[in-house]
Ligand binder design. Structure first.
Ligand code: T1G
Length: 706
């Protein structure tokens, strides 16, 4: 079947795009639309046209798989301009998600009918681009400049109802009742017939009253988005394109858009963000797990521990409509935990994200209990109790007694050995790690840790469940810190050493903040609590870690300065403030420690600090990959961008190394290893890939085909 088919209904032609899975605007679709439009332009038997889609959604955008390849004519702007210049009315029938180029096609149409539950969006900015087929010129004309700035610079999805209030639609229908879009197409045909007398209404010819959209207006908008767009290239280009729309006629505005689009397309950030887009869609592909692998039904979830993590984890399931039984050992702790959860929902309600009824409905899905037996009907039980193996042993031994057969038993542990935890049950095949990141109801990352015995159906169930609860679930193997925290330890080592060797904490933090991290590593340590690392080191024993790097931090903890939670750590904090302030007292401690160790303090440049930090992440990531504790280098990028704030516009640590070149990475690591062999052992996988002239991306491609 052609990707663009035509049906004649009276004097209306219905063009239907059929290019699964999301009707992306591949060359065949562009070509088909243009050819059909050109034929219909001179077909006097057709008075109006409807553009519809088959499958599950209206066009979801340009075909991202064609990026980076020579563009095959016709270009999308050519197709959209041809639609807009048709001599007869063209109506778009929108359902599902009309995104990017898909919405631009719909904006080239003269009228639009939408399903009430449809969403539209111009998310190109998330791919490091901007709407390059007239979206920056037409959307401001139909929806207004403010709404266009909001939509295009955020890239967010907009409900059809909100878009309708902006004037984007000429009508909404409850189109997918029963899953069929026939009612939507009927409505679009009716509107097309109704518009025959009025004729085409070219969006591009609509005027913008730019009297209030002056320099000051756009400067104010830039300021309002500065924080969330920090470091990104494309948002500024989007703003400039919309500025052009507010001042120039369509043709000149389109020219400006084209130039800005090409600037984005050739900027390395777009390649990095597109790498991240596909990487997030690869994580669910697990060797040995297929569509045929059985999945267990998860109709009820048990959570052990109603603390910050337990409550946050529970919210993910309740938000997906799955009832949760949450267990604490004391009534007071249980009540406190549920109160925190309700407080979270009420804050969302105050922000207009939830109604009172929704808050009540969600709280109604919680059942609190003090009895393990209450978990006996749960399909999945996750423990979020204290990080001590003895306690995990008690919990899993008890679960082995009370959990029903076939229940999945998961630990939220960050570091403990899940193979050992599984050994405390008679059902190790049902055990795995589900490592959430705090705040668990907010952070998208979920590390799914398979043990040597985790059954395939248990893993497959949890991989699917991750997507169901809105998480990016990355499968990891059992090792100390799994993927993210294992890399974080190396990253933290570099910054700890940089301080004792000569930099101030604020210099180290500024270098990585300016690189694009959400905060510096030392600020992050203060926020997480210095005592966590302190206790880890105490349990490891001094012979098992780099005392030179960490003694200064331990001294700070011994001064009672555990970090932000006590108002003092590496930094000082004003009462009630989270803003770190350099501490003269701590700088003296650091200088004293350097002297005690006989270190002549010498500062590293910001570039050196960033490079060492990146090399630490990449080297550990390559060890994790080489040991088979992660399936892909791109999975590691997904972990570090979603769990630790690595700037997505740099593609993740492994992509960043590919851009550097693994031969360059190897040479730098070898030099470091020569200088500090205890700290820098070069990952064998980097040696191999560099020797073969390959990248991590090539490694992933080769392994994907296995
Ligand atoms: N091109 C090619 N493939 C795409 C695609 C696209 N635009 N969008 C999705 N896919 C694939 C995806 O890789 C996956 O493949 C499958 O479809 C299901 O996707 C000129 C230049 C539409 C909301 O940014 O946001 O238009 O893994 O798992 O969760 O101005 O996909 O099954 O083989 O994400 O239901 C702008 C990107 C492009 C939209 C559906 N458009 N897509 O989410 O399914 S740039 C976008 C999405 C552009 C113009 C510019 C989501 C979705 P596979 P999925 P989903």
């Amino acid at each position: 079947m052609s990707v663009v088919s035509k049906e004649i209904r009276g004097n209306v032609a219905i063009l239907t795009v059929n290019n699964p899975p999301v009707n992306a605007l591949s060359h065949a679709v562009r070509d088909g639309l243009l050819n059909q439009m050109q034929a219909l332009a001179t077909d006097d038997t057709v008075q109006a046209i409807v553009v519809a889609c088959a499958g599950r959604t209206f066009i979801a955008g340009a075909d991202i798989t064609e990026f980076g390849k020579p563009m095959q004519a016709p270009s999308l702007p050519t197709v959209v301009d041809a639609i807009e210049n048709m001599p007869k009315p063209v109506v778009a029938a929108i359902f599902g998600t009309a995104l990017g180029g898909g919405l631009e096609v719909a904006l080239g149409c003269h009228y639009r009918v939408g399903a009430e539950d449809a969403k539209i969006g111009l998310p190109e900015v998330k791919l490091g681009l901007l709407p390059g087929a007239g979206g920056t010129q037409r959307f401001p004309r139909i929806a207004g400049v403010e709404n266009a700035l909001d939509a295009i610079v955020s890239g967010r999805h907009i409900s059809a109802k909100q878009a309708n209030s902006w004037g984007v639609f000429d009508g909404l229908v409850d189109a997918v009742a029963g899953g069929s879009t026939s009612a939507l197409v009927d409505a679009a045909v009716a509107l097309a017939i109704e518009k025959i007398p009025a004729g085409p209404r070219p969006t591009g010819q609509m005027e913008i009253d730019n009297s209030k959209y002056d320099e000051a207006f756009f400067a104010g908008f830039r300021k309002s988005v500065a924080r969330q767009t920090r470091g990104y290239f494309a948002p500024e280009q989007c703003i400039q394109a919309i500025e052009a729309a507010s001042r120039l006629p369509l043709a000149e505005g389109m020219e400006a858009e084209r130039k800005l689009f090409m600037a984005c397309m050739t900027n390395p950030q777009s390649r990095a963000l597109q790498h991240m887009f596909f990487a997030e869609r690869q994580v669910g592909r697990i060797p040995g797990i297929t569509k045929e692998t059985p999945r267990r039904t998860i109709a009820k979830v048990g959570i052990i521990g109603a603390g910050t993590m337990g409550g946050g984890i529970a919210m993910n399931f309740v938000n997906a409509g799955i009832p949760v039984t949450i267990l604490e050992l004391q009534e007071e702790a249980l009540e406190r935990g549920l109160k925190v959860v309700r407080g979270n929902y009420e804050r969302s309600m105050k922000r207009g994200k939830l109604t009172q009824a929704q808050v009540d409905d969600r709280m109604a899905l919680f059942t609190g209990t003090l009895e393990y037996e209450a978990l006996s009907d749960c399909d999945l039980i996750i423990e979020a109790v204290f990080e001590k193996m003895e306690i995990k042993q008690q919990v899993f031994s008890k679960l082995d007694e009370v959990a029903k057969e076939g229940a999945i038993l998961a630990s939220n542990t960050s570091y403990l050995d899940i193979d050992e935890i599984a050994s405390y049950t008679n059902r190790p095949g049902d055990v795995l790690g589900l490592h959430f990141f705090s705040p668990a109801n907010v952070m998208r990352l979920l590390e799914i840790v398979r043990t040597s015995k985790t059954a395939d159906d248990v893993l497959a169930t949890c991989v699917g469940l991750a997507k169901q609860i809105g998480k990016v679930g990355v499968v990891a193997g059992v090792c100390h810190g799994f993927i993210g925290n294992r890399m974080l330890a190396r990253y933290g080592h570099v910054s700890a050493l940089a301080v004792i060797e000569g930099n101030t904490p604020q210099e180290v933090d500024a270098a990585l903040f300016d690189f694009g991290m959400p905060m510096g590593p030392l600020t992050m340590s203060d926020m997480a609590g210095l005592d966590i690392g302190y206790m880890n080191r105490q349990s490891m024993g001094r012979e098992n870690y780099d005392t030179t790097a960490y003694d200064w931090q331990d001294k700070i903890v011994e001064l009672g300065r555990k970090g932000l939670k006590v108002g003092a750590g590496i930094y000082d904090y004003d009462e009630g403030s989270r803003v770190p302030k350099p501490s003269a007292e701590i700088q003296q401690v650091i200088d004293g420690e350097s002297a005690r160790l006989g270190i002549t303090r010498a500062k590293k440049t910001a570039e050196e600090i960033v490079e060492l930090s990146m090399l630490a992440l990449v080297n550990e990531g390559a060890k994790i990959l080489g040991e088979g504790k992660a399936y892909r280098a791109s999975d590691i990028d997904v972990v570090y961008a979603n769990g630790y704030g690595f700037p997505p516009y740099r593609g993740g640590p492994m992509h960043y190394a590919d851009i550097m070149g693994l031969d360059v990475v190897l040479a730098k690591l070898q030099a470091l290893s020569t200088a500090k062999p205890d700290m820098w052992q070069v990952a064998p996988l980097i040696e191999k890939l560099a020797a073969d002239g390959k990248s991590f991306a090539a490694f992933d491609r080769e392994n994907a085909s296995k």
